[in-house]
Design a protein around this ligand. Structure first.
Ligand SMILES: [Zn+2]
Length: 278
């Protein structure tokens, strides 16, 4: 007989949903001001009072970056649930929910579109699909984007928004890190620019692979960026972490990022950077 029994209650979700909530008026989760929802959305989902950046979807991100309509590719790739995995819920059911919620088959949209007149490959991650986690499909789609950029001689932008590798696909999800990194090395050899944009949150295996490998690594203000969560680190090193730890501004100060860019200046900054690097 076991001496200890593990409690089977699932852990509560750690963070609150930070997308712009529904309703006519919303309360900003940072400054607590009551604001007209339309005003926030027109301001690219940035709080007009305190500049808090609400999370946006992969499609909204493409609208923000592209001059006009973009052409999506590989949208039919779907996870085969290789382990038949189930935790508090079957992985197959989570995939179905994700599809229902985001209208995509997995957590990234890959597309070719014009950015400041330059044909560019963009991979935009979707947090609404199982926390933007990277499984085989995300890995394959990002790797194919890199290969397309190299083959057709286009610059590459990857927008990360992810909780990391997808544990429901076990080690297969970890292998995506090496696959994408190797493809990026070939893109580098082909002397084509790769711009990595880290948005809230970018953690785990995504930070530990392609998100930090950009020729330029940009981030949005206040974005949580890290590998392990702060609680795990505190327990490991037995020290209190400094304020602002793992936020974009802290990382910039410590040389881990090149720029922290307000969303309202993002497109202009990206266009300027691509021109400079091309
Ligand atoms: Zn605010």
């Amino acid at each position: 007989m076991a001496w200890f029994r593990r409690e089977q209650t699932p852990l509560p979700p750690r963070e609150q949903e930070s997308r712009v909530p529904e309703g006519l008026y919303i309360k900003c989760s940072a400054c607590k001001e009551i604001i007209y929802r339309k005003e926030v959305v027109q301001n690219l989902s940035v709080c007009p009072k305190c500049a808090f950046h609400f999370r946006i979807s992969a499609r909204e991100r493409l609208e923000l970056l592209c001059d006009a309509a973009w052409e999506e590719f590989d949208q039919g790739l779907v996870s085969s649930d290789p382990l038949g995995f189930s935790d508090t819920k079957a992985y197959a059911a989570r995939l179905k929910d994700g599809k229902h919620k985001t209208d995509s088959l997995d957590a990234v949209i890959t597309a070719v579109g014009a950015v400041g007149g330059m044909r560019t490959v963009i991979a935009s991650m979707e947090y609404g699909f199982i926390g933007g986690s990277m499984g085989v499909v995300v890995g394959e789609k990002v790797a194919r984007s890199v290969e397309r950029a190299a083959r057709e001689r286009m610059p590459l932008i990857v927008v990360s928004c992810s909780g990391g590798a997808r544990m429901m696909e076990g080690t297969l999800s970890l292998m995506q890190m090496a696959k994408i990194s190797a493809a990026l090395a070939r893109l580098h050899e082909a002397r084509l620019p790769f711009l990595s944009l880290l948005t809230d949150p970018t953690t785990g295996g995504v930070t530990a692979s392609f998100a930090m490998l950009g020729d330029l690594n940009l981030a949005e203000p206040g974005a949580l960026i890290g590998f392990a969560g702060p609680r795990v680190i505190e327990q490991t090193i037995r020290q209190k972490l400094p304020p602002g730890f793992q936020r974009a501004e802290f990382l910039l100060e410590h040389g881990m990022l090149d720029m922290v860019v307000d969303r309202r200046e993002l497109k202009a900054t990206i266009v300027r950077s691509l021109r400079l690097l091309s």
